[in-house]
Design a protein around this ligand. Structure first.
Ligand code: SF4
Ligand code: SF4
Length: 431
């Protein structure tokens, strides 16, 4: 029986020819499983296809487009670029598809963007501007590099040397000081010394997400070496996208496993859960509200660790050696819920679509910058769900989610209060 050599490199769309061509158009990537679905109102999982009903925008359409691209039957056009990039790469289709079929949908979508860049068609103009900003100022916004640590106030103690290194990331460093400050204060409160990178640069999330892998790889190498030189054992993030970048994409870009990184990558939700279990995190101040939690894609279904794989595909698509699929089952689902459940006064209520079925806020991975109406449509749809369950506060653990939801609340005036996980914890700390 003839076999084909194959690996998981997204630099060659041919690696996903089989996956893309075997889509059966069952739309398991679009509908939330009926067993979780109380009705039709919140039954979809794809922000891209929710924004534009045309089939091309669903994963089932994109798999056919990817097949056309790899077979040389399609040329890049402005519409084709929109279909490929108007998509937060949220991974909901991937976990939905893998309930029935072992097809690598998320990686196929990423490889299509890499091909767009290789062919000189992508990314979108907004992404090119971000890439220029990062090259010039080491941050997404093109803000002065010298301002990166402006979030550090005199009441936050930062160590010269510590086991934990807090990587604030571009958003918390420039546009969301409140998240970096709350994170610093939580670390201080539980008496965990932490340091910062001597010279923090962007993590490269947007570059990786839009297919600019060469540029993202350079940042991965630089940032890993910079952390290594500090001797840190743990890199802590308060940004979900940054967490995914360090934990999953850096190893993917460097063809190593997450376990090969010379340090552990953790998110604040994990750290807080550990500190709570040790008895160091004392959540004593009541937060009297009815509250729900939004699973940010990059710390949930996109957070399974990375392991390189190469092998052969043979009869009926079987692969050898066996491939341990990433199914979104190793995300940080329990940790934030444990911590929130320990806050006195909180009445916690789940949304209809939770954990790996959560509906993405629509902002991440270059989407809000290039397709703000998509980001807005996703956030508003998610906020309808928040209203439906009667929650007053929406908590997420990513500045991208917070900002996108906050803008949607402002536009719709629906009265929901949007908070980051770090702010919620800070509000319940002992005075
Ligand atoms: S769930 Fe998978 S096989 Fe089914 S339509 Fe979506 S991508 Fe295709
Ligand atoms: S990654 Fe998310 S937005 Fe993109 S096709 Fe899949 S479900 Fe839709």
């Amino acid at each position: 029986m003839p076999t084909t050599k194959v690996n998981l490199e997204t630099t060659d769309l041919n690696n996903y020819r089989y996956d893309m061509s075997r889509c059966i158009k069952c739309k398991g990537c679009y509908w939330v499983e009926h067993t979780y679905m109380p009705g039709v109102k919140f039954s979809v999982r794809c922000p891209s296809n929710y924004w534009n009903d045309f089939d091309s925008y669903g994963a089932f359409g994109k798999m056919r487009i990817g097949t056309g691209l790899v077979e040389g039957k399609l040329n890049w056009t402005p519409t084709l670029l929109e279909v490929v990039y108007a998509d937060p790469l949220c991974g909901a289709c991937d976990v939905g598809c893998k309930r029935n079929l072992d097809l690598e949908i998320e990686l196929s979508l990423e490889a299509m963007r890499v091909k767009a860049v290789q062919d000189g068609a992508g990314p979108m103009p907004a992404h090119k501007r971000i890439a220029e900003n990062i090259a010039a100022t080491h941050n997404l916004f093109g803000a002065p590099h010298a301002d990166r640590r402006k979030w550090v106030t005199s009441d936050i103690r930062i160590a010269e040397k510590a086991d934990v290194l807090y990587f604030a990331g571009c958003t918390a460093s420039y546009t969301n000081h409140e998240i970096a400050q709350a994170t610093g204060k939580i670390l201080n409160a539980v008496k965990t010394p932490f340091m910062l990178m001597p010279d923090e640069w962007c993590c490269g999330n947007t570059l990786q997400s839009v297919g600019m892998l060469e540029e993202a790889r350079e940042l991965a190498k630089r940032n890993i070496e910079a952390v290594k030189s500090t001797g840190a054992r743990r890199v802590l993030l308060s940004c979900a996208e940054g967490y995914r970048m360090w934990k999953v994409e850096y190893p993917k870009l460097l063809n190593i496993a997450t376990s090969d990184l010379p340090f552990e990558v953790i998110h604040l939700v994990e750290f807080a859960d550990e500190a709570l279990k040790r008895g160091d995190l004392k959540l004593t101040r009541p937060v009297n509200t009815r509250l729900t939690y939004h699973d940010s894609c990059s710390i949930s279904r996109l957070a399974d660790p990375w392991t390189p794989w190469s092998g052969e595909r043979g009869w009926m698509g079987t692969v050898s050696p066996p491939l341990k699929r990433r199914r979104g089952t190793q995300g940080l689902y329990a940790q934030p819920r444990n911590v929130i459940g320990a806050i006195p006064g909180v009445e916690f209520i789940e949304m209809i679509r939770t954990r790996e079925n959560a509906f993405c806020c629509g902002a991440g991975r270059g989407t809000k910058e290039a397709f703000p109406t998509l980001a807005s449509s996703s956030a508003k749809h998610r906020l309808e769900e928040v209203k439906e369950i009667g929650a007053e506060v929406l908590v997420s653990a990513c500045p991208w989610c917070k900002n996108n939801f906050a803008q949607a609340v402002k536009e719709d005036g629906n009265g929901v209060k949007v908070m980051d996980f770090s702010e919620l914890i800070l509000a319940s700390l002992d005075a």
